[in-house]
Structures are given as structure tokens and as C-alpha cells.
Ligand binder design. Sequence first.
Ligand code: NAD
Length: 266
Amino acid sequence: MKLKLKGQVAIITGSSNGIGAACAIGLAAEGVKVVINYHSSDADAEELVRQIKKSGGEAIAVQADVSQEKDVKKLIKTCLKTYGHLDIMVANAGLQVDASFTSMTLKQWNKVLEVNLTGQFLACREAAKVFRKQGVHQHGRSAGKIICMSSVHDEIPWAGHVNYATAKGGVKMLMESMAQELAPEKIRVNAISPGAIQTDINREAWDDPKNLKKLLTLIPYGRIGQGEDVANVCAFLCSDAADYITGATIYVDGGMMLYPGFADNG
Ligand code: NAD
């Protein structure tokens, strides 16, 4: 299947490392000009830009905190100033601040909601405004594509992480409501919900062999995921091959959503 993404422009939030970096590399390999948004690690972001350029791609790095409206506006402005248009927004930035429910502070709750939910709202809203203004142009059949990076925890409750699970549950309704509202304008909105992907966010779950063994009991497919597993789906959803898909969530989780505890009769 040819994805025909060459010449399109994408912003990927929180993409100096982890899943976001994998999506940026995957899209750049398809000829997409990528805006690497980072929060604090400019060295990682610049290194990724170098790596993409070395492989023949186009990329820039832009600092922005996705929970800050002015930063998100600056991110979009810089993208348009550099590349002239925008076709894809991958709202990926996220973090965890874990605590048991009764010990969770308001600060911990707010931090995760501000980045993981409000950050996606801001990034998607600003991208949708650009897509509306551009309309369907020379790049593909839609006016623009939005990918929300959600999680299996948009469905699976997660004790000790209520702020994170609540934010991802919110992303599900944010994504579906945006998809419904924007479809008539030919703006497609979808979500990818990863299971366990080997990145910094969950390092303690795979760094120690005992923890990894425990994690694998939750994954019927028997391996931890890699950024590339998510990046492949991201590139597909951004392409015209997915032109009739909007409001969908694709679980990229090795079967984590299949209630593995019931595999041997429960
Ligand atoms: P990661 O920690 O490697 O990457 C997260 C990125 O978000 C980092 O680059 C970080 O700097 C950035 N970020 C954090 N706060 C930000 C802010 N305010 N503004 C801009 N950027 C900010 O983790 P990851 O696993 O690559 O996570 C990427 C996304 O995937 C997150 O939304 C996460 O919830 C989701 N996810 C990850 C997994 C997994 O198993 N790794 C599973 C499900 C969902």
C-alpha cells in the first residue's frame, strides 16, 4: 500500500523521544515535513531533527508546553511560517504523576489533566482552525487529520493512576466529539490507544526482568510494544488509505484489551 504522504506537514507534540519520536521518524520516512515539539529537552529534539535530515527528510524542533495556550499558538505559527501549511496534528504529549487516590494532591491531579487532556484540546483546536481555513487543498482528500494519542486506559480503569485514566477517558470523548463536529468539513479525527510500549514513561515496568515478566502476563501477544508499532498505525491513519475512517480508536496493544485474565477460564 502506498501512503502518498509526501509534501504534507505534521506537528507531533511531545516528540523529542518515545512514541512521538517514532511517529515523527515514521512520517518523515514517508516524505512528511515534521515539526518536532518538545517541552524541555532541546538536545534530544535537535538530535532527532539531525537524524531525520540525515535520512533525507525535513524537520524542525519547536519548544512549547502544550498545556499553555500561548505556547500552542506559537507552535502552530512557527509551523506555518516555516512550511506554509499544516496537514496533520498528532496530539501525543503526555505524562504520568502517580499517587494512590486518597493521597493524590490537587496539584498532581491538575498537572496530568492540564497536559494529557487540555493539551490535546488546545493542540487539536488550533490545528482544526488551520485545516478549516485551508480546506481540502493539494495534499490528499481531507482538509486535515488529527491523531489523538490515547491509551488502553481510556477503557481499562487504573488504580493508583486516576488522574491519568481520567484524562485518557476524556481524550476518548474529546476525540469522538471533535470527529462528529468536524467531519462535514472533511477533517478526520482518530485515536491510537497504545498498550505497553517500551518508552521512558513506563521504564520501571520493563527495566527490571521481574516487572517485565509480570507485565507480559497482561499481553497475550507475548511482547512489549515498540514505538514503531504505533508509528505504523499513525502513518496509515494520516493517509488517504484511511480516508473513510473518522472517530475511530485503534488499540495497539498486543491484545491487552482482551481480558487476558480470562484466557484460562477466568
Ligand atoms: P515519553 O515520556 O517517552 O514521552 C512523552 C513526551 O511528552 C516527552 O517528550 C515529554 O517531554 C512530552 N511532554 C510532557 N509534558 C509536555 C508538555 N507540557 N508539553 C509538551 N510536551 C510534553 O512517553 P511515551 O510513552 O512516548 O508517551 C507518549 C504518549 O503515549 C503519551 O500521551 C502517553 O500517555 C501515551 N501512551 C504511552 C504508552 C506507553 O506504554 N508508553 C501507553 C499508552 C499511552
